[in-house]
Ligand binder design. Structure first.
Ligand SMILES: [Zn+2]
Length: 255
């Protein structure tokens, strides 16, 4: 049977047991039914919302990996960012046979989106370790060290650029996650625009000055301070606590 290259106008309303099993096999744990259906959709607004969230979750995972595994043999060079471009994600998605449950033969771009959607589905279902397990299997091999840092922190990591990247990724995820919860119907375009507004240096700096009037400096300097604080929270307490702190700096306004 040859699959069409574009999604059919209407998806089959029910998911087959085989599709369900394929999705669960890839994700590693059973997500709730709406998440399962969104992963299968590949086109709908809920798929896109998961993709939006997963993009930020993956950035956090890879930033933490870089920070606590600087000698990773799979990274191109010590401290270099892991390739998370759509092209790379599409390549790995094809290699791993991702999307076997779709009702059409997805394009490489759509498969790259699917990687991010799966990361979000894992994160929502089973937290950091499940998202890490999926990403480590599909996107880039990561060791237990990264999992330990996410779960409980690893005191004594070096401050510096790698730490700041972690802080920045957590601020981005803080904004994304807050927006997903506060705007249940917004599409990816609106969410992305709002995330950019929340995460711009002047907005974060304004929150920082409000919390601590003794802090001085231009917006970029204050943003760097916040990124350092958020990274430190992860180093000491793990990613949940760091995300909670990050969300205080990117407060989502329901308007
Ligand atoms: Zn690596």
């Amino acid at each position: 049977m040859t699959l069409p290259s574009t999604p059919p106008p209407e998806l089959r309303p029910s998911i087959t047991e085989r599709e369900r099993a394929q999705i669960i096999d890839v994700l590693g744990q059973i997500p709730d039914e709406p998440t399962l259906l969104a992963v299968r959709d590949g086109r709908g607004v809920h798929f896109q919302r998961l993709e939006f969230l997963g993009d930020s979750v993956l950035d956090v995972l890879l930033a933490v990996h870089q920070w606590c595994e600087p000698q990773c043999p799979h990274c191109r060079e010590p401290g270099a960012a892991v390739d998370s471009t759509d092209r790379h994600l599409a390549e790995v998605a094809v290699q791993k046979g991702l999307g076997s449950w779709l009702e059409w033969a997805a394009s490489p771009e759509r498969l790259a989106d699917l990687v991010e959607t799966c990361v979000a589905a894992c994160w929502l279902s089973g937290g950091w370790l499940q998202a890490l397990a999926f990403s480590s299997r599909v996107v880039h091999p990561m060791e237990a060290e990264t999992g330990r840092a996410l779960e409980a922190g690893i005191p004594g990591l070096d401050a510096g650029r790698a730490a700041r990247r972690v802080g920045s990724a957590l601020l981005e995820l803080g904004a994304a996650h807050g927006l997903i919860r506060v705007f249940p119907d917004a599409d990816e375009g609106e969410l992305s625009q709002r995330r950019a507004e929340l995460h711009r240096a002047s907005a974060v700096a304004a929150v920082m000055s409000g919390r601590d009037p003794s802090m001085h400096g231009d917006a970029e300097t204050l943003l760097s301070h916040v990124e350092d604080q958020v990274a430190e929270a992860l180093e000491v307490h793990g990613a949940d606590a760091a995300l909670e702190l990050a969300q205080e700096f990117v407060p989502v306004d329901a308007r």
